[in-house]
Every structure is written in structure tokens, then in C-alpha cells.
Design a protein around this ligand. Structure first.
Ligand SMILES: Nc1nc2c(ncn2[C@@H]2O[C@H](COP(=O)(O)OP(=O)(O)O)[C@@H](O)[C@H]2O)c(=O)[nH]1
Ligand SMILES: [Mg+2]
Length: 308
């Protein structure tokens, strides 16, 4: 979104000490990585739900200021994965680390630390700048923050610690300053109006999946993939007509998603449509279909097809 990702950065003159680079946002599921990305970009590109394992693949988000450009890479949560889908997600997250100039490790301060954080600390690439954002400080008392910060300083010596709230924006300007200071000098990677490398179609598919995750429970949120089948802009009518399919694993899940009298699908559709209208800045006609693709989470070919 924004300018095509392959377009050249603008030719405007940059200050000689212009800084730029890649920041991988890494950490356990539900730490608030995607919320932080949206907060920093000032617009929603990454989907967020209270359920773990919402983000499935890497997503770039670009913030450009006169003196710097940061290319953020939002990643799926690091966890001990069982099952092919979850293993893919963790592997997608780990792939962001080698190319990152800075690893931004997000901690859920409300939840605290356990041995998963110890494992994550082991995974941090040696010699790389690490900034630890201790998130959700809006939910914790100051007294409980101090021992957490001390423990993190032991786990990742030499890293910078920044308490933030991705939800309220507290501490985020400080965090940005610290990230910029950790980046090398260099030109922009993307045009100044680039927001993400994800296509509009890709974002729409994710927005629909977010609403499915929010409006279903148990195993259903984890059995869903969404594809956009057609995307027709009608500029003369300031309208975009979109058809998308929600893929599930079993007939019973299809029934749940459609709901009595089609009510569930209608509710998912209207909630997704509002987000898509905000994203595209046009009116949107969104038609949703539900299709069973048996055991898709267990097949490599289906995971490839759905871009996981
Ligand atoms: N209270 C509070 N909740 C947050 C904060 N950041 C994220 N959350 C919530 O934590 C949940 C997971 O957020 P998400 O961004 O999807 O986490 P991710 O899995 O790390 O990408 C959502 O319900 C968010 O609203 C924060 O700073 N404070
Ligand atoms: Mg996420």
C-alpha cells in the first residue's frame, strides 16, 4: 500500500546524517507487536485480537520522517509450536531476524516472564542491537516493573529497555528515538509515502480474518484462511466491489461461520467492510463466501496457497 514497493525512493535531498534500517518486532504471542506497529504508523495495517497467534506471516510497515526511515517487520509470536501451521508461523518469525539491523523484543509486562523469554533471549542474533519494549505498562504497577526490568537486563545484557504502552502510545516517542539512534546512516529504502509492502487485497484478506477471529471461538479462529477472489474498483461511483472466501477445515465450521439465517457471516462482513472502507477511502461492497478445504492447516500445499 502506498506507492508500489518496487518504486524508487524519492530524489529529495536527505540530510547527510539520515538514518535508515530494518527493525524486526519479535516476541511471544499477544505481547502487542501488531498493536505497536499500527500505533507507530498511525493507521491500521496489522490485525490485532486478544487471541494468541493472530499474526501468521511477516508484514512490513514503513515510517518515514525527514531525518530517518524505519522499516518495521511485524512477526508472528514466538512459541513452542506443534502442528504444521504453527511451525510455519514460528519459522516466519525467525526469518525476520537475520536481516534486521535492530531486534525490537516486545515483552508483555502484564503477563511477566517465564522460560519462553529465556528461550527467546537465546534466539537473539549475536552482536545485533537489541531494544526491549516492555509493553502494557498501562496495566501494571510501577513496583512490579522494576524487578521485570532487572531480570530482562540479565537476560539480554547490553540491550536498551523502554517501558511503553502500545495501546495508549505512552513511551512510544522515546522508543522511536532509541531505535533511530541504533540504526546505521543511509538513504531511504522506500518512497516516503510507502506504508507497507502488503497489497490492498492482502490487507483486505487479513481484515476479514481478524473479524472471524474476533467473532468465533475454540478452534474456529485457528482453522480459517481468507482469500480475496476479486477486487474491482469503480472510481466513477467511488466504490470498490470485493469478493472474498473464508476457507475452513470442516463442514461444522462452515455452519458456525454462516450462522443461523446467515447472521454470523453478515456480522463478520459488515464489521470487516467498515475497516476496509477506512483503508481504501471509498465505499465498499464486500461479499463473503465460505468454503471447506479439508485439513488445510496440515498440508504444506494449502499453507503455500494461503500465503502462510
Ligand atoms: N492493556 C494493553 N493491552 C495491549 C497493549 N498492546 C496490545 N494490547 C492488547 O494485547 C492483545 C494482543 O495484541 P496484538 O497486537 O495482537 O499482539 P501480538 O500477538 O504481539 O501482535 C490485544 O488484545 C491488544 O489490544 C497495551 O499497551 N496495553
Ligand atoms: Mg501480531
Amino acid at each position: 500500500m502506498g506507492t508500489e514497493s518496487n518504486s524508487l525512493p524519492d530524489a529529495t535531498e536527505l540530510p547527510p546524517d539520515h538514518r535508515s534500517g530494518f527493525v524486526a518486532i519479535f516476541g511471544r504471542p499477544n505481547a502487542g507487536k501488531s498493536t505497536l506497529l499500527n500505533r507507530i504508523l498511525g493507521t491500521k495495517i496489522a490485525i490485532v485480537t486478544p487471541k494468541p497467534q493472530t499474526t501468521r506471516r511477516r508484514l512490513l510497515g514503513v515510517r518515514t520522517e525527514p531525518g530517518w526511515q524505519i522499516v518495521f517487520v511485524d512477526t508472528p509470536g514466538y512459541h513452542r509450536a506443534s502442528g504444521l501451521l504453527n511451525q510455519r508461523m514460528v519459522s516466519n518469525a525467525l526469518k525476520a531476524l537475520p536481516d534486521a539491523d535492530v531486534v525490537l523484543w516486545m515483552i508483555d509486562a502484564e503477563r511477566g516472564l517465564d522460560d519462553l523469554e529465556e528461550e527467546i533471549a537465546q534466539r537473539l542474533p549475536a552482536g545485533r542491537a537489541v531494544v526491549i519494549a516492555v509493553n502494557k505498562v498501562d496495566e501494571v504497577r510501577k513496583e512490579s516493573l522494576l524487578p521485570l526490568l532487572e531480570r530482562l537486563a540479565q537476560l539480554a545484557p547490553g540491550s536498551e529497555l523502554v517501558p511503553v504502552s502500545a495501546l495508549t502510545g505512552d513511551g512510544v516517542p522515546d522508543l522511536l528515538q532509541i531505535l533511530v539512534a541504533a540504526l546505521p546512516e543511509g538513504p531511504r529504502f522506500y518512497a516516503s509515502d510507502t506504508l507497507t509492502d502488503e497489497s490492498e487485497r492482502g490487507l483486505v484478506a487479513e481484515f476479514v480474518r481478524e473479524k472471524v477471529m474476533l467473532q468465533t471461538s475454540q478452534e474456529v479462529p485457528y482453522s480459517v484462511a481468507v482469500t480475496v477472489d476479486s477486487f474491482e474498483e469503480k472510481p466513477d461511483r467511488n466504490l470498490c466491489v470485493i469478493k472474498a472466501t473464508i476457507h475452513v477445515e470442516r463442514d461444522s465450521q462452515k455452519g458456525i461461520l454462516i450462522g443461523r439465517g446467515g447472521q454470523k457471516l453478515k456480522s463478520i462482513g459488515s464489521s470487516a467492510r467498515r475497516d476496509v472502507e477506512r483503508l481504501l477511502g471509498t465505499k465498499v461492497f464486500l461479499e463473503l463466501f465460505v468454503r471447506v478445504q479439508r485439513e488445510w492447516t496440515k498440508r504444506r500445499g494449502s499453507l503455500d496457497e494461503f500465503g502462510v
